[in-house]
Design a binder for this molecule. Structure first.
Ligand SMILES: [Zn+2]
Length: 281
């Protein structure tokens, strides 16, 4: 494995996407929110607790001790192997998205500490083509597990994704097996893996590393599943129960272990790692 630790350059570029001095309407309760205040509140609506999308770097901040995150593989960027064009050429889409998000693909990963506990960590960037998983996301997630294995650290991953990246065809589907094999190697070594799901986490990512954590945490009301509710409804031609595939539904059906408010995610993960890692007791 070629290790490629990176400093803070990409991180600073991508750190904040919320313009200051503007108002944003809450997608849930429709209350106007001051952007800077929303950001201070970890992108959670103070009126109705709606959890807005969090960028990958903000999520890393939430899950790591200040100044401890050392980014790896920030320079890995996808190759347009199929010369794929949908509404626009994949190559152009990649270039535009990189400019918008400041990341070269839909996941940020590295080593860090959380409440002093060394971890291997990754967080997904939904703003990068819907957080879709192609060859680079799969490789970076697999390396996150491998780094955990090699340095005997627990792994913490925060997925948010629409699934496999269709523009990479079968190469994107291969990443399901690859990431799960890497997660299994970590489990075989007795090292814990904690997943922190946020809205939405679906399809190929949910069908691979997002669903195999030792503990699966979800933010409130996060949508998760393989096919989305609309596709299922059209296939089975039946109404779905209220809250179908939302975190609370999945908790009730045993898929999610804990639902945790964003403000408490950090403490919860730290506590779990202390319990799951004998060395940290
Ligand atoms: Zn609200």
């Amino acid at each position: 494995m070629v290790e490629n630790p990176k400093g803070a350059s990409a991180r600073n570029k991508a750190k904040s996407k919320v313009p200051t001095g503007v108002w944003i309407k809450c997608k849930s309760c429709r209350e106007p929110l001051f952007a800077a205040e929303l950001e201070r509140n970890l992108m959670v609506c103070p009126h109705c607790d709606y959890h807005f999308l969090l960028s990958a770097y903000k999520r890393i901040d939430l899950l790591t001790d200040e100044g401890s995150f050392e980014e790896y593989d920030a320079d890995l960027s996808p190759v347009d192997v199929l010369s794929f064009t949908d509404r626009k050429a994949y190559a152009n889409r990649l270039a535009e998205t990189e400019k918008k998000t400041g990341t070269k693909d839909a996941v940020v990963c590295g080593l860090a500490t959380l409440e002093g506990i060394p971890i291997s960590v990754a967080a997904m960037e939904f703003g990068f083509i819907g957080g879709s998983m192609g060859s680079v996301v799969g490789e970076k997630v697999a390396r996150t597990f491998k780094r955990g294995l090699e340095s005997r650290r627990p792994v913490v991953i925060a997925p948010t994704s629409g699934g496999a990246r269709m523009q990479e065809g079968v190469v994107s589907l291969m990443q399901l097996g690859k990431t799960n094999a890497a997660a299994a190697a970590l489990a075989d070594a007795g090292l814990p893996y904690v997943v922190v799901i946020s809205d939405p986490t679906t399809a190929g990512v949910m069908a691979s590393y997002a669903s195999v954590g030792d503990v699966i945490i979800s933010e409130p009301n996060a949508l998760m599943g393989f096919a989305g509710p609309r596709v299922i409804m059209e296939t089975i031609r039946q109404e779905l129960p209220p809250g179908f595939q939302r975190a609370e539904f999945q908790l009730e059906h045993g898929f999610v272990d804990i639902i945790v408010h964003r403000k408490e995610v950090r403490d919860t993960v730290a506590r779990l790692l202390t319990l799951l890692t004998p060395d940290n007791k």
